[in-house]
Design a protein around this ligand. Structure first.
Ligand code: COA
Length: 181
C-alpha cells in the first residue's frame, strides 16, 4: 500500500537523500559530472527545509510513503515554468527512492499530482526531462505523456547547458483516472 500526504519541513532529510541518490545514478555520465560533484546532502537538507517552510504560492509538494511511513518518493507541482504561456500546469519534480523503483510509486505520485493540478484549475500539464534520461522518458510515455514540439535548455549555475524534452498531458482528468490517487 502506498500512502500520500503533503510534504512538511520534517521530510527535508528524506527528500534530499532520495533526490541526491537518484542524481548520482540517473545523471552521472550525462555531461555534468562536475556539477554533480558539488551537490551535497549538507547543502540539500537545509535547502529543502527552507523551501518546505515557505512554498512558492501555487506550488505543492507531495510525498508517497510505505506502511511504516517511510518516504518512498516525492513530487512537486505548480504552474508551467517553461514553454508557451498556455496556462498549463507542470509536474516540476518526480523522484522515487531507488529501492522502490518499479513498484508503482512514480505512477501513484503522478496520479495524485494530476488530481491536485486539476483541482487547482489546470486542464493540461507537462513535465521536462533531460533528453538523455531514457528510463524517465519511458516512464512518462507509459503513463500517456506525449512528446511536445518544443524543447527547453536548463542552464546550471556552472554554465552547463542541459537539453530537455517535454511530455504533455492534454487532459489531466484522464491521467488521474488512469492512475488512481
Ligand atoms: C522515473 C521514476 C520517477 C519512475 O518511478 P517508478 O516508481 O520507478 O515508476 P513506476 O513503478 O510507477 O513505473 C510505471 C511504469 O513506467 C515504466 N517505467 C518505469 N521505470 C522505467 C524504467 N526505468 N525503464 C523503462 N520503463 C520504466 C514501466 O512501464 C512501469 O511499469 P512496469 O514496472 O509495470 O513495467 C523513477 O525511476 C525515478 O525516480 N527515477 C530517477 C529520477 C528521475 O529520472 N526522475 C524524473 C526526472 S524528470
Amino acid at each position: 500500500m502506498i500512502y500520500l500526504r503533503a510534504a512538511s519541513p520534517d521530510d527535508a532529510a528524506q527528500i534530499a537523500t532520495i533526490e541526491l541518490d537518484n542524481y548520482e545514478h540517473a545523471y552521472r555520465g550525462h555531461g555534468f559530472d562536475a556539477w554533480l560533484d558539488q551537490q551535497t546532502i549538507e547543502k540539500y537538507v537545509p535547502w529543502w527545509r527552507e523551501r518546505l517552510h515557505a512554498l512558492t504560492p501555487g506550488v505543492e509538494m507531495l510525498v508517497a510513503m510505505d506502511g511504516a511511513l517511510t518516504v518512498l518518493g516525492f513530487g512537486r507541482l505548480g504552474p508551467a515554468r517553461h514553454g508557451p504561456a498556455d496556462g498549463a500546469g507542470e509536474f516540476q519534480k518526480v523522484y522515487v527512492a531507488r529501492k522502490a523503483h518499479r513498484l508503482g510509486v512514480g505512477r501513484t505520485l503522478m496520479g495524485a499530482m494530476a488530481a491536485r493540478l486539476h483541482h487547482l484549475g489546470y486542464q493540461q500539464a507537462r513535465v521536462w526531462v533531460l533528453t538523455s534520461n531514457q528510463p524517465a522518458r519511458r516512464f512518462y510515455e507509459q503513463i500517456g505523456g506525449e512528446l511536445v514540439d518544443f524543447t527547453y535548455d536548463e542552464l546550471l549555475d556552472d554554465g552547463t547547458v542541459l537539453p530537455h524534452v517535454g511530455y504533455g498531458w492534454r487532459d489531466l482528468a484522464e491521467l488521474y483516472k488512469l492512475v488512481p490517487s
